[in-house]
Design a protein around this ligand. Structure first.
Ligand code: SAH
Length: 346
């Protein structure tokens, strides 16, 4: 059986054609799905015979909402979702004054092995399909009963390790008959798979590329990110410059500040020197505590100092507002906590 959400309009029209149905039925089916009708039998304007054919070929792959949490200030909601095959993932909705943003997962687990990240502890389970990434946005939108206008691919998984599905997802979510969220409102975050950054640049999307840099030199980066053994920072920055050249978009460098690891003044100066002159911006993320790891965030003063040094040296930077840390909003933590809790219960 195929998840109908993995199909775009053209594919569903073709399916209708080859199955002796009228092409316009495809749009009607999607209209129902985007109006939250997730059972073929309940699609009022679709003839019974067509429904029967659809039911034999497709399922509507909206995950079930296992549990959800709201942060105390109401700005963040985190959902634990379960796909048809039983795999669970999480996504987070953040409510800003400029609109609602969602952080979606692109893989169940992850194989990148970043030391401070919970998603990667048990490795990669499987890729999430384009329709399954889309379904996180559809379900969240229904749950909050408000439009979602921005998407960040920063949940669990490495988007560029699931390249085809991510590209197709961007097309699906952009569709006028669907959620109509434009490329400019999407941020793709990567730990830095260099060849895929070139490939992405060649697609000339208008999406923001966020690079998880986290260290100002190769040896420090290798300590916390295994991918640094494969690609040097120089290679990574070359690919970023290529992305800028092709898209004219500013790169966002993510730098998770970890106490005693990458947070001293020397690190800040080195970082400033490294990226000076690039069309970029640094997003400082005080590291979120992960139960299994003993990394800690630096003091407020150390964070302020780090940001100050970057700014003094001409680098635009922001410190990520800590939203939802009271509900374990860091990547992969909720899924792990849930699985562990159920393991101990058994
Ligand atoms: N694999 C992609 C996207 C997922 S992670 C990537 O590496 O970019 C999204 C961001 O959150 C990355 O910058 C990641 O390094 C960061 N991150 C993961 N765990 C974190 C934690 N415990 N504290 C702070 N940032 C974390």
């Amino acid at each position: 059986m195929t998840n109908i959400l993995d199909f775009d309009l053209i594919e569903l029209k073709n399916w209708m054609n080859t199955n002796g149905e009228k092409e316009f039925r495809a749009k009607q089916v999607f209209d129902c799905i985007y109006k939250y009708v997730w059972d073929f039998d309940e699609m009022a304007n679709i003839p019974k015979a067509t429904k029967e054919k659809l039911k034999k070929a497709f399922y509507i792959g909206i995950p079930s909402l296992v549990t959800s949490f709201s942060s105390l200030d109401g700005s963040t909601e985190k959902y634990l979702l379960k796909f048809q095959d039983g795999n669970m993932i999480e996504c987070v909705v953040m409510k800003y004054n400029y609109g609602n943003s969602i952080c979606v997962s692109t893989q169940v687990g992850c194989r990148m092995g970043c030391k401070f990240c919970a998603s990667t502890i048990d490795g990669l389970v499987r890729n999430i399909t384009s329709g399954e990434i889309l379904s996180q946005v559809i379900l969240a939108q229904k749950t909050i009963n408000e439009r979602i206008s921005n998407i960040v691919l920063m949940g669990s998984g490495e988007p560029l390790d699931n390249f085809e599905n991510v590209i197709k997802f961007i097309n699906l979510v952009n569709a006028e008959y669907g959620l109509n969220i434009g490329q400019r409102h999407i941020t793709i975050s990567t730990s830095g798979i260099v060849p895929k950054i070139y490939e992405l640049a060649d697609k000339k999307l208008q999406s923001t590329l966020a690079i998880s840099l986290h260290a100002p030199n190769d040896s420090a980066r290798k300590e916390i990110m295994p991918i640094a053994n494969k690609y040097s920072i120089e290679q990574l920055l070359n690919s970023c410059n290529y992305y800028i050249e092709k898209t004219n978009k500013r790169i966002s460098f993510e730098y998770s500040l970890v106490k005693g690891i990458n947070d001293n003044e020397k690190n800040a100066l080195e970082l400033a020197k490294l990226i000076k002159g690039m069309l970029c911006h640094v997003n400082l993320i005080p590291v979120n505590k992960v139960t299994e790891k003993n990394y800690e965030k630096p003091s407020k003063e150390a964070i302020r100092k780090f940001a100050y040094i970057l700014k003094e040296n001409g680098i635009e930077c922001t410190v990520r507002k800590e939203m939802g840390s009271d509900i374990n909003a860091a990547c992969g933590q909720l899924r792990r906590d849930f699985i562990k809790e159920n393991e101990t219960r058994c």
